[in-house]
Design a protein around this ligand. Structure first.
Ligand code: UDX
Ligand code: UDX
Ligand code: ADP
Length: 482
């Protein structure tokens, strides 16, 4: 018998796709349909080549697709039938108009709400899944109620922020630290919370299902991402101090992480954090704070982003100054372009700013990443950040990019004839390469700039590489300034 409870999800992206797949896997008594306006994306979800790479995802999709998990672009039919509708559309930072560069662009969200209102003839529970600014639920509620032609239809809005991280999405969904459900105080609001909690209770222990009011759930999501990003900016700021003083950032991180009040996770220094959430959510948090007159609070959080930009710039400056103050016409092998390992996602990846910085100094960048396509690399390096963008000559024309950037499918081809290797993503495979072979094929002195501290620096030095590692005592060679 076909399941009688129906869930639809608007948005078949990094959040919607994996989350709905896991709900379908664990709830055979529920029918789950994932919808997207992008037909190509839906086609890919229905094919053997899923549109996103996520370890373990294929297996889950294979088990449920066609059983109780469907991917479709027929939004009208499925939204009309659904009892519960998740919205996990993209909420990028506004690039123009009021709040540009900070506020969340809710165009897609509003579009989704209007789609629901247009077809609803039965009561709906609408679940915010994508990160949204605090009080979005209120705005969405208005759009839904004012646009629905059938006045008897009721909408209950819930906030159920997703905390999965890319690369570990399936594991995070299988056993999340917590599931957070925010809802209204009314009887109907509480009933809606119960209904969503029932969905998760199919596989999540009751004590991990947390219920709050709507605003707390919305704010918790922004705050969680801001605090996580803050940890990275904090340790990255200390990495600069370590280089200046001869301390070792990994030793410092280990020592402080053993304090149970601080904890050891999320303390890896890096060339900078990336991803679709951290920067966007902090900017959003700052915008919300400014909106309610809390300038000091906004300034405080903004520093997390400033420090991240500083870390990327500092890395570029290290590369240039180590290589005798210029990288003009030098071939630089870029190992890794994704914003972290085990994903092909490049949104806000630090590699974009680092490559742009190196290109601005005249370098020739040759990129190798196991999962990022050449098209994506070129798109990322050519696209302006904002409509008014291109500060300080960091943006370059598309022609400049095509002439000076190359994307290759093999790490050895990438490094051949290069002056330096820059590690920008912590892919595991980077650790197991034959570095003697890489060294032999490079121009001397051969440099490695490890922006993730994943390589064996002593072994590299014994081969003959000049090694820069973030937050580590500097090679004597690098202590000279040119
Ligand atoms: C993040 C949050 O972790 C997740 O809970 C939320 O739902 C979405 O945003 P994600 O962006 O997928 O997830 O990846 P995450 O593992 O958090 O990494 C973000 C960035 O921080 C990456 O660029 C990563 O390389 C960097 N990072 C992470 C560090 O530089 N050091 C660390 O110690 C950890
Ligand atoms: C601190 C460190 O904890 C300790 O490891 C170090 O050796 C000395 O400094 P102490 O100052 O004695 O110890 O007390 P602590 O418990 O850390 O509290 C410091 C201040 O932070 C207090 O005013 C406390 O009220 C405040 N605090 C602490 C908060 O406001 N919120 C908290 O969650 C924790
Ligand atoms: P996230 O990382 O939050 O999942 P993505 O950009 O990966 O974000 O996915 C969001 C998806 O939402 C995209 O595939 C986009 O096409 C889809 N989308 C946006 N607006 C709508 C809409 N009104 N109806 C259906 N799908 C939408």
């Amino acid at each position: 018998m076909a399941p009688s409870y129906k869930i639809a999800c608007i948005g078949a992206g990094y959040v919607g796709g994996p989350t709905m797949s896991m709900i379908a896997l664990n709830c055979p008594d529920i029918e789950v349909v994932v919808l997207d306006i992008n037909e190509e994306r839906i086609k890919a979800w229905n094919s053997e080549q899923l549109p996103i790479y996520e370890p373990g995802l294929e297996e889950v999709v294979r088990q449920c697709r066609g059983r109780n998990l469907f991917f479709s672009s027929d939004t009208t039919k499925h939204l009309a039938e659904a009892d519960m509708i998740f919205v996990s559309v993209n909420t990028p930072t506004k690039t123009s108009g009021i709040g540009a560069g900070k506020a969340a662009d809710l165009t897609y969200w509003e579009g989704a709400a209007r789609m629901i209102a247009a077809v609803a003839t039965t009561p709906k529970i609408v679940v915010e899944k994508s990160t949204v600014p605090v009080k979005t639920a209120e705005a969405i509620s208005k759009v839904l109620k004012r646009n629905c032609t059938d006045p008897s239809v009721t909408f209950e809005i819930l906030s159920n922020p997703e905390f999965l991280a890319e690369g570990t999405a399936i594991e995070d969904l299988r056993m999340p630290d917590r599931v957070l459900i925010g809802g209204g105080d009314s009887e109907a609001g509480q009933a809606a919370i119960k209904q969503l909690a029932w969905v998760y209770a199919h596989w999540i222990p009751q004590e991990r299902i947390l219920t709050t009011n709507l605003w707390s759930a919305e704010l918790a999501k922004l705050t969680a991402n801001a605090m996580l990003a803050q940890r990275i900016s904090s340790i990255n700021s200390i990495s600069a101090l370590c280089e200046a003083t001869g301390a070792d950032v990994q030793q410092v991180a280990r020592a402080i992480g053993m304090d149970s009040r601080i904890g050891s996770k999320f303390m890896n220094t890096s060339v900078g954090f990336g991803g679709s959430c951290f920067q966007k959510d902090i900017l959003n948090l700052c915008y919300v704070c400014e909106g309610v007159g809390l300038k000091e609070v906004a300034d405080y959080w903004m520093k997390v982003v400033t420090m991240n930009d500083y870390q990327k710039q500092r890395f570029v400056e290290r590369v240039i100054s180590a290589m005798f103050n210029t990288v003009a016409r030098k071939r630089l092998a870029i190992f890794g372009f994704a914003f972290k390992k085990d994903t092909g996602d490049t949104r806000e990846t630090p590699a974009i700013d680092v490559c742009r910085g190196l290109l601005a100094d005249g370098a020739k960048c040759v990129v190798y990443d196991p999962k990022v396509t050449p098209v994506q690399v070129f798109r990322d390096l050519s696209a302006p950040k904002f409509e008014w963008d291109r500060p300080h000559g960091w943006g370059k024309s598309e022609r400049h990019i095509t002439e000076n950037v190359q994307v290759v499918a093999d790490p050895y081809a990438c490094a051949e004839g290069a002056h330096a290797i820059c590690v920008l993503t912590e892919w595991d495979e980077f650790k197991s390469y034959d570095y003697q072979r890489l060294y032999d094929s490079m121009v001397k002195p051969a440099f490695i700039f490890d922006g993730r501290n994943v390589l064996d620096h002593e072994a590299l030095r014994s081969i003959g590489f000049i090694v820069y590692a973030l937050g580590k005592p500097l090679d004597p060679f690098l202590q000279k300034s040119y």
